[in-house]
Design a protein. Sequence first.
Length: 344
Amino acid sequence: MTLRRIALSFLVLLVASQAESPRVTADGEGALEQLDGATKLDSLPALPETTTPMPFPKSPPAILESIAHAIYLELTNSPYQCANAFLAFIFGLVLVYDGEFSFRWLLVCATFLVVAILAMNQITATWGASGSLRQVVGLEAGIVGGYAALRGIDGVQVVVGAILGAALAHQTLVFLAAHGFHSLVANRWCLVAYFSAFVIGFVIMFSKKLHLKSLAVLSAGLGGAFCSSAIAFACTELAVKGYMPFLQRLPTVNPVGGTWIQFMHFLCSSSAADVGIFAGSEYNLQHQDETWRTDKLADCTLWLIFCLVGIKVQLRRLKQNKAQVGDDKALSQSLLGDLPKQKV
């Protein structure tokens, strides 16, 4: 009886709230009926006019680009450049050695950060709280989200595969549209089919672990770039601070230092500013009208060495794991085959 009374009371309150809440008229003009029935929309004070336009919603690639730009600025303006380079070197070694492990924990850390930020924003919006309370709630929520992602890491990888498939479809669609293939963009059914093919393909690839070889190559290349740029940063810092006195015998050598992210940009981009030990010196190679920078040649050589070693190590491990799985499967089948069959 008590539960029925509670349910009946809740139903009465719900009907009363719906009866007293503002309603939209059936003629589509959006006139609102107020609680007392006397106040109309025309009697409400007018909203103040503003000259600031409404912000347009950003697309996912624009959001990712803004995030990458914010990270670049943070790494550029950080006063702890040596710590950044050291962490980049350690992270690069992990990527070179084991790409699957790095990818898994990268997803866990990303889930932790996203859940923690959402929880802290919700606490601020609900209670207006800031400081330690907000951080504690964000930390707890982030740990729960990261642990859930770790326990269900296979499902998280499938979701990431779908996101990567959609991102690759978007980039290839932009490329095709720029070269005259406008039929995909004009026809919505073709557009949906195009995106669905990429998303479903990547989901199947990630669910069947077919991405491990590609992940090994990508992680080795990315890890090699991290390690090479960190080593170049460290050597240039030592040269700038005078710990390489033999460079004084070279008259035109004047090392140009910078932040670690500048060395990373110098390694990956042809339009980046020249940094390094031989920046602007006469020891850069000249070929016709082109200048082959000695620092970049050394960095790319070191990058290639890390990349090749990482690919070889990771592909060998994948081959051993596959052979181990095959041996275990054959052993289980032989053991099950030796069991006596029971007659029904």
